[in-house]
Design a protein around this ligand. Structure first.
Ligand SMILES: NC(=O)c1ccc[n+]([C@@H]2O[C@H](COP(=O)([O-])OP(=O)(O)OC[C@H]3O[C@@H](n4cnc5c(N)ncnc54)[C@H](O)[C@@H]3O)[C@@H](O)[C@H]2O)c1
Ligand SMILES: O=C(O)C[C@H](O)C(=O)O
Length: 336
């Protein structure tokens, strides 16, 4: 499986280069020893655009780094352990991917993770401001809807905030939608295109099935059921893992795809498009995921809301109040 993914990552990385590509980037993974962090770091080690892989965690990174460093790809791999090594891990990074923090157990909401994870995001963002203020920052840590506004406020306080370079990773929602639709329609999921917009929790996850290519042909009841399945897919995994955490392998795949797209944009590739949760004026929510064109400076263009049908307009209405609360919680935390 990894061979296939490596081939895909390599193919993605190899196409449509502009003549000014740099082709050598430092990627830092914060939370690199975790359930997501380890396979994500493996996939980044396989990405040919990466020349320096920096692995940070509060435990185990020397071992994870030693292990990965024996893989015969060009990047160097270094492990950094404990808060006193965070600055060194981040120094000069081009892309920082953050899966640091606690995951859900059955019965918990993503918002229940706030008390622990908000402080982790605050500390990492503070170090980013010092060590790599121009980096593309991709936050996987939940609650994503709240953690991204926290990071924005911390970067603002440090005077280095660039809204085009801060991203909440909602790629797993797109990956899941493609998987479920591909299998339902009996087409290759890799050929399915579907925008999933909004945020990354429950009713804030908005799969826009009316814009699916190929056309999603289910009945109204099928559309309703598929929408709820995509919105609740994280909980499906949490329940199946029965106390052993949440999605890790599919998230590592999704995180590597998103970080790979950031690198492709940085490297001058054209038409790199991903949905991601970013500062936005597309709706009343000040952070919102829509399809984005990624380039050398992060967001090159926000493609805005896709066309919505009446069902999807109702979903959007239900999402906005929840998103606004999630965002306010993050802003208040960072300000106080
Ligand atoms: N955005 C998404 O779609 C998505 C998908 C899955 C999981 N997640 C979230 O990702 C996070 C990580 O999930 P996981 O399954 O990998 O958890 P995990 O417990 O397996 O790993 C988390 C890692 O973070 C490390 N960590 C804790 N505090 C840290 C700190 N201050 N600095 C650096 N590292 C620190 C831990 O030591 C651990 O290695 C959770 O918050 C989870 O909810 C998000
Ligand atoms: O559901 C979770 O808690 C983890 C993640 O957000 C997911 O969607 O799998």
């Amino acid at each position: 499986m990894f061979k296939q993914v490596a081939k895909q990552v390599a193919t993605q990385a190899g196409r449509n280069f502009s003549t000014t590509n740099q082709n050598n980037y430092k990627v830092a993974v914060c939370g690199a020893s975790g359930g997501i962090g380890q396979p994500l770091s493996l996939l980044m080690k396989l990405n040919p655009l990466v020349t320096e892989l920096s692995l940070f965690d509060i435990v185990h990174t020397p071992g994870v780094a030693a292990d990965l460093s024996h893989i015969d790809t060009k990047s160097t791999t270094n492990g950094f352990k404990g808060s006193e090594e965070l600055d060194s891990a981040l120094k000069g990074a081009d892309v920082v991917v953050i899966p640091a923090g606690v995951p859900r157990k059955p019965g918990m909401t993503r918002d229940d993770l706030f008390n622990v994870n908000a402080g982790i995001i605050k500390d990492i963002s503070t170090s980013i401001a010092r060590q790599c203020p121009k980096a593309m920052v991709a936050i996987i840590t939940n609650p994503v809807n709240t953690c991204v506004p926290i990071a924005a406020e911390i970067l603002k306080k440090a005077g280095v905030y660039d809204p085009n370079r801060l991203f909440g990773v909602s790629t797993l929602d797109v990956v899941r939608a493609r998987a479920f639709i591909g299998h339902a329609l009996n087409v290759d999921p890799q050929k399915v295109e579907i925008p999933v917009i909004g945020g990354h929790s429950g009713v804030t996850i908005l799969p826009i099935l009316s814009q699916c290519k190929p056309k999603y042909t289910g009945s109204d009841a099928d559309i309703q059921a598929l929408t709820v399945r995509i919105q609740e897919a994280g909980t499906e995994v949490v329940k199946a893992k029965a106390g052993a955490g949440s999605a890790t392998l599919s998230m590592a795949y999704a995180g590597a795809r998103f970080a790979g797209s950031l690198l492709r944009g940085l490297n001058g590739e054209k038409n790199v498009i991903e949905c991601s949760y970013v500062q936005s004026n597309v709706t009343e929510a000040t952070f919102f995921s829509t399809p984005l064109v990624l380039g050398k400076n992060g967001i090159q263009e926000n493609l805005g809301l896709p066309k919505l049908n009446d069902f999807e307009k109702k979903l959007l209405e239900a999402a906005i109040p929840e998103l606004k609360n999630n965002i306010k919680k993050g802003v208040d935390f960072a300000k106080n």
